[in-house]
Design a protein around this ligand. Structure first.
Ligand SMILES: [Zn+2]
Length: 218
């Protein structure tokens, strides 16, 4: 069935975000939440970037080690800084977000945790023929947006690194558990971690925790 999407233009810090939802399924609340997700991600990235130096504080260095399976040496720090800088700059320009239910996705590969959709071999086909690729719009699952704003922000950053920096997924070795305690499966190499969308998303989240003890969703 071909879906018809309804576009809602919202502004975040002067930047126009086009929030698209399947007609009839959304609500103003979801649009407002999308606005808050973008605004929060901008804030988290702005707070994280000054911490990404080769002299990073202890908690941030621990976050770096756990996400990139490598000590924060100058070359690795430079790569992470570059990816996060581009992501931060890009989400401060006009872009689109599509919000839909993931549980009706054709071809969706069920993972060991719920709430987040990930790319499989670079793309996922949905039943409306909508192909999700790294170059497409940022997709968020409505239930996550409704029920877990912190995870929705993490997911948005994950997707933004795909969209704007061409990062990849590396299966369960690359996905963090939702609470960020560990990768879903061990074994990712540091080379893959430096290209891994979830490593960036959770590094930002963990840096916020290291810096402020808790995360704030605006
Ligand atoms: Zn992904």
């Amino acid at each position: 069935m071909k879906r018809i999407y309804n576009g809602h233009k919202v502004t975040v810090n002067g930047v126009q975000i086009n929030v698209k939802m399947v007609l009839g399924f959304g609500s103003d609340d979801v649009v407002q939440r999308a606005q808050r997700i973008v605004q929060t991600a901008q804030g988290w990235l702005a707070a994280t970037l000054p911490e990404v130096t080769s002299q990073m504080r202890g908690g941030v260095a621990s976050a770096f080690q756990s996400c990139f399976v490598k000590a924060p040496d100058p070359a690795a720090v430079s790569t992470v800084r570059s990816v996060l800088t581009t992501t931060n700059n890009s989400i401060r320009k006009a872009h689109g977000i599509k919000i839909r239910n993931d549980d009706d996705a054709y071809g969706y590969v069920s993972l060991s945790f719920g709430g987040r959709r990930h790319l499989t071999n670079g793309m996922v086909f949905y039943d409306d023929g909508d192909v999700i690729t790294k170059l497409g719009e940022i997709h968020l699952d409505k239930n996550t947006v409704k029920n877990n704003m912190t995870l929705a922000v993490i997911t948005y950053i994950h997707e933004a690194t795909h969209r704007f920096v061409n990062t990849n997924d590396h299966g369960d070795q690359g996905y963090f558990k939702n609470d960020g305690s560990a990768f879903c499966a061990p074994g990712i190499t540091w080379q893959k971690a430096l290209d891994n969308a979830d490593s960036y998303a959770f590094f930002v989240y963990k840096t916020m925790l290291a810096k402020y003890k808790s995360v704030i969703v605006t």
